[in-house]
Design a protein around this ligand. Structure first.
Ligand code: SPD
Length: 361
């Protein structure tokens, strides 16, 4: 019987990999099945399974075809036949043991702090996310948690900090509100965000400068080797890893400097995680932290236009519950680290914002 279960998971993993063109292991399939047992909400199945959105959608399509699951009132359930087929896999619900108060980040969050209340007020008029830049901001609590985490590492006080894109999270602004960094430079392609940052910087006399910059271009020479810390949260293509993360590393002053960025399981398979790992290894930086589900993203207004929605089984937009999360990396440069600052516009035809695994842009 055990052999039959193994074969079923193996067969499914091969079929899903073939149809989605994204690799998934039998173990990964088991996690999706466990996620279905845990929740009937398709977006939470994605979050809980920690498998790429495209893979989960393809899995649900196959399970629907085989009448192992059904959709009822826009929810996903195992059918009687499905429960019968899967009865020999002892599918346990996935119970996440994280602390609800801190949303699992391990940060003692003070909701009544001046920093949080000021940021909460300012961000109310933030520009809305745009599809053309693959925007989708994190929650205000996430932005402030990023500040507090970096502060706990000594990565803020008196530091020269660069933000590479993703300023829809308003992280540069939040860092400036602490008044602790020596200097903050924000580069982003979106003029609305640059104007927003500069408006508040002037109004509140913050130590922040924001400039429009397309990170596909080479960074100007005068930014190379000039910063202590960088932050970014790129779209998850190899081109974006090079455009944002490698450029961030190129701006760091010396060994021992620090970078932060987010990476998901939703838009990236484990094979892409491996590519990222190799790129980081080649650059001679070390990963000191990968914080699981540190970043919570608000739903973006163009979700309905994306593959993640169009190919979903229940075709239902998410409710207010956060389903899109990412893991937060912290890296440190080692002696001999490489500064790579390439012009990505030269590589015509290579996608910057999306690839076969990305379904939310
Ligand atoms: N495309 C929708 C919004 C996604 C926001 N970016 C997340 C990047 C994670 N590295």
């Amino acid at each position: 019987m055990e052999k039959e279960v193994k074969n079923l998971l193996l067969d499914l993993s091969q079929l899903i990999s073939q149809k989605s063109r994204i690799w998934i292991s039998p173990y990964g399939v088991e996690k999706i099945l466990r996620a279905i047992k845990t929740t009937s909400d398709q977006w939470m199945i994605i979050r809980i399974s920690e498998e790429p959105i495209n893979v989960v959608n393809k899995t649900l399509e196959i399970l629907l075809e085989r009448k192992i699951v059904k959709v009822k009132n826009e929810k996903i359930y195992f059918t009687k036949r499905g429960r019968e087929i899967l009865k020999d896999i002892n599918l346990e619900k996935i119970v996440k043991p994280e602390c609800r108060k801190c949303e699992g980040r391990g940060i003692n969050f003070k909701f009544d702090s001046k920093l949080y209340s000021t940021f909460l007020e300012i961000q109310k008029k933030r520009p809305k996310p745009l599809k053309k830049y693959d925007q989708g901001n994190v929650t205000p609590q996430t932005t402030i948690a990023r500040v507090l985490l970096a502060m706990s590492h000594g990565d803020i006080e008196n530091k020269e900090i660069l933000i590479l894109g993703a300023e829809d999270d308003l992280l540069g602004l939040a860092l400036a509100l602490t008044k602790k960094p020596k200097k903050i430079l924000v580069l982003d392609i979106d003029k609305r965000l640059i104007d927003f940052d500069n408006y508040w910087a002037e109004k509140l006399k913050l130590n922040l400068k924001a400039e429009v910059f397309d990170l596909r271009r080479k960074l100007p020479k005068d930014l190379i080797g000039k910063f202590d810390v960088f932050f970014t949260d790129p779209s998850e293509t190899v081109q974006s890893i090079k455009g944002f993360i490698l450029k961030g590393i190129a701006t760091l002053k010396s060994p021992g400097c620090v970078g932060y960025f987010g990476f998901t399981f939703k838009d990236s398979s484990l094979k892409k995680w491996y590519i990222l790992q190799k790129i980081l290894n080649n650059s001679k930086v070390v990963i000191t932290e990968i914080l699981r589900e540190f970043n919570f993203y608000e739903n973006w207004p163009y979700l309905e236009e994306t593959k993640s929605f169009k190919e979903s089984a229940a075709e239902k937009l998410p409710d207010k519950t956060i389903w899109y999360t990412s893991n937060w990396y912290r890296l440190v440069t080692l002696p001999g680290f490489k500064r790579i600052n390439i012009d990505l516009l030269k590589y015509k035809g290579k996608k910057f914002y999306n690839d076969i695994e990305n379904s939310t842009s």
